[in-house]
Design a protein around this ligand. Structure first.
Ligand code: ADP
Ligand code: MG
Length: 430
């Protein structure tokens, strides 16, 4: 498969500040898909409110402009055949949002229906309604036109601020803006698109991509797309379990480490593409190994010695940390996705924490994306020193890969009905 290497041009989008929202019902698609945990009294509470905080500027601005707010989001993966599921109700999120906005947030116990319609129509300017979990309705993921119409009936204006969900062609993302033409991206969505565009089509070199995480297969498209945009002097540094497969492709022995043998050819293609462009591919030279993911001691092994059977590479070593950090220090643009090791276990968090420090200290323009990567960055306490921390994992990767985001195309279609972004070209191995 060949990936379209032309960066996706950002389509002309309608403007948030030009929407007429005064005393009108504004449906805002937000990404409140946040982690929850059960409190001491058994009540669910929000464990990390980063995504709620990120959309507050949009909500506050709409309230300031006298909008009647109707918010909607999905949360987790409920079974739509079951419908309402107490464990995945938006109720704890509504409570947190009410604290943050210092306003009452009204929560109907359904997504759509007569009760919801009445509640929404009774909502006055400056008031907030949060609909139940969109995925309680089977029509959401199917982009069912009838469900999209039911949502559209609840509003006069539509705002998409759910960047993290905009790579999905679901009813609340693409169905509603087809019906409600008074629509625009929210402030968070706009900020995400602008920041990620600097990685896609306004790249300042040297560019360093720091990639890691669990699987080559998840990130291969991004690696290939990035490699095709790089020039001599740029670098790709690979850590995490991903590095294992790349090291294997270079002939190293990895013992019982996690590897993806079916991806060896893809790794070789990345090496070839990078070599043809004089782009450095940096791999670990030393590894922290353990007997299992939960091992409490790390044993340092040099890649040249090889990892023995029964041992697994679970983090990069100290020499590799310095090698990667030195390269990161020279970057004018940096993109980081994927932890360097099993950072959830303190015995194998060193590499990831060292990279968080290096990225935070990098004088260039820095962007971090990916659910676990952002969690690791927050854990390091250095998120404030990064230029852009993306709220979208999958969406940010697809955007950087040059794929069209259906949620962005849906907003653009009204301004420019001919706009279609680039897509991967199947079956062409050029
Ligand atoms: P992101 O969510 O930032 O895109 P991924 O989901 O791709 O990142 O990868 C994160 C996961 O990769 C973490 O759970 C981490 O424990 C795991 N991981 C990283 N390095 C290794 C390794 N060497 N062996 C096994 N798992 C790893
Ligand atoms: Mg992840």
């Amino acid at each position: 498969m060949r990936y379209a290497c032309d960066p996706m041009p950002l389509p002309p989008l309608p403007r948030f500040d030009e929407l007429d929202v005064d005393n009108r019902r504004v449906l805002v698609r937000v990404d409140f898909n946040v982690p929850l945990h059960a409190g001491p009294d058994g009540q669910q509470t929000v464990a990390d409110d980063t995504r709620i905080q990120a959309t507050l500027p949009t909500l506050r601005e709409l309230l300031r402009r006298n909008a009647r707010l109707v918010l909607c989001s999905h949360l987790g993966r409920p079974d739509p055949k079951v419908g309402f599921d107490r464990a995945l109700s938006m109720e704890p999120i509504g409570r947190r949002l009410a604290e943050l906005l210092e306003l009452e947030v009204r929560l109907p116990d359904e997504v759509v229906g007569d009760g919801v319609t009445k509640l929404v129509n009774d909502t006055r300017a400056g008031q907030v309604v949060l609909l139940e979990n969109l995925r309680f309705e089977a029509g959401e993921e199917r982009n069912d036109p009838e469900f999209a119409r039911a949502l559209a009936k609840l509003c006069d204006v539509y705002v998409n601020d759910a960047f993290g969900a905009s790579h999905r062609a679901h009813a609340s993302i693409v169905g509603v803006p087809e019906i409600i033409h008074d629509h625009a991206p929210g402030l968070l969505m706009t900020r995400e698109l602008e920041a990620l565009s600097r990685i896609v089509d306004r790249l300042e070199h040297p560019f360093v991509a720091l990639v890691g995480g669990a699987k080559v297969s998840d990130k291969l498209g991004v690696l290939v797309a990035l490699t095709e945009r790089l020039v001599a002097g740029d670098a790709i540094a690979i850590g995490g379990a991903m590095a294992n497969t790349f090291l294997l492709a270079r002939g190293a022995s990895l013992g019982s480490s996690r590897v993806e043998r079916e991806r060896l050819n893809d790794c070789k293609r990345v090496f070839d593409k990078a070599a043809a462009r004089d782009v450095a591919v940096l791999l670990p030279v030393d590894l922290r190994c353990g007997g299992s993911l939960t091992d409490s001691v790390a044993q340092v092994i040099h890649v040249d010695e090889g990892v023995p059977e029964g041992r697994m590479a679970l983090d990069i070593g100290a020499v590799t940390e310095r090698l990667f950090a030195n390269t990161i220090a020279k970057a004018k643009t940096l993109f980081w996705n994927g932890p360097m090791g099993v950072f959830e276990n303190p015995a194998f968090a060193s590499g990831t924490m060292a990279m968080a420090k290096a990225v935070a200290e990098c004088p260039g323009y820095t962007v971090v994306g990916g659910g676990d990567s952002v969690a690791a960055l927050n854990m390091s306490g250095r998120a404030d020193a990064v230029d852009h921390v993306s709220t979208g994992g999958g969406a940010s990767l697809e955007f950087i890969e040059g794929r069209e985001l259906p949620g962005v195309t849906a907003l653009a279609a009204w301004v420019d009905p001919t706009f279609r972004g680039t897509r991967p070209v199947e079956g062409d191995d050029a």
